[in-house]
Design a protein around this ligand. Structure first.
Ligand code: SF4
Length: 316
């Protein structure tokens, strides 16, 4: 699996005017690798990742950029070709498992429906694949629970079923959008452990979208930190935590609880709204290191090493 996003720009159309929400995002992902996209709500992380499946809100328009998946130019594929990729080659794990399952159908029926939609198999074979997927995500007594309804499952178990649905077609890329936000902490850890096992067994690549740096630290190889629609820092996870460089990343890490009596740092101010025009570096109204030039032009991407880049004039 290979994925490359280059200079992606996405705008929202409102009353014949385009408001840019994603400003030239670039990242890449290789076979079996995991990329974390981290940032506050509304920073463009979900829009950037969903563009890979071309699942964007109806008012969103990709105005520029390239998305190349396994050599295919995603932006020029027909809707029919995209349907072959969605749910088949690239699977989505949504945030809230309960609203993603139909309460009127059994878990087994919903799993089989997905399998029959994407694979040319008989009903008997679909049931075998469904049970195998439920076993893979460690649903106890999978054959007995096959005919249960979603309300008979806990939130964590429902999320396992959603993951089983995603795995049934053996995708080579999973996009997980805040997959554990609706779950309690111990279930969170179990679900992330499950992702890790799946990645090891199947060499599946993962894009993990989250606002939670703690989750990122243990579950991905590389991290793109996004702020106000742009990637501001990109690094291997180890490098990011050892040597955070962008003032925003430093602020995010400074606001993580560490135990002890040390007071948490907060980043003063608010991120801009979509469409709000901010000249220069979009972080400058909140940055404690702001310089004269920061509000005049947008900082380029400066490379601190092969696997660490940052968009900030401090590294010019
Ligand atoms: Fe702060 Fe300037 Fe760097 Fe932006 S470019 S993060 S304002 S120092």
């Amino acid at each position: 699996m290979s994925l490359e996003i280059k200079n992606l720009r996405i705008s929202f159309r409102r009353a014949n005017t385009l408001f840019e929400a994603v400003h030239g995002v670039s990242f890449s992902l290789g076979d079996g690798r995991a990329l974390g996209i981290v940032g506050e709500s509304g920073c463009g992380k979900t829009l950037s990742a969903m563009s890979v499946m071309r699942l964007l809100p109806s008012t969103a328009v990709i105005t520029e950029g390239e998305i190349v998946y396994n050599g295919l130019d995603i932006l020029s594929l027909s809707e029919k070709e995209m349907r072959m990729i969605r749910g088949n080659k690239i699977a989505l794990i949504p945030q809230d498992p309960l609203t993603s399952l139909n309460p009127l159908y059994t878990i087994g029926d919903q799993l089989m429906e997905v399998i029959l939609l994407h694979q040319e198999v008989t009903k008997k074979e679909a049931k075998e694949i469904a049970l195998e997927s439920l076993n893979m995500v460690k649903i106890p007594d999978a054959s007995k629970r096959f005919d249960d309804y979603p309300y008979q499952f806990s939130g964590g178990m429902c999320q396992r079923v959603i993951i089983a649905m995603a795995l049934a077609s053996e995708p080579d890329l999973i996009i997980a959008d805040e997959p554990t936000t609706a779950l309690d902490v111990t279930v969170q850890a179990q679900i992330m452990e499950l992702f890790s096992e799946i990645r090891q067994k199947r060499k599946t690549s993962l894009i993990l979208i989250t606002h939670d740096l703690g989750l990122i630290s243990e579950n991905v190889d590389d991290v793109a930190v996004m702020y106000a629609g742009a990637v501001v820092e990109y690094a291997s996870v180890k490098e990011l935590f050892l040597n955070p460089s962008h003032p925003y990343t430093k602020g995010l890490l400074g606001s993580l609880p560490r135990g002890g009596k040390e007071r948490l740092k907060i980043i003063e101010g608010q991120p801009p709204q979509v469409g709000e025009i901010i000249s220069g570096c979009r972080f400058h109204p909140r940055c404690e290191f702001v310089m004269d030039k920061c509000n005049k032009k947008y900082p380029e991407r400066y490379f601190l090493s092969d696997n660490h880049s940052v968009n900030c004039f401090l590294y010019e």
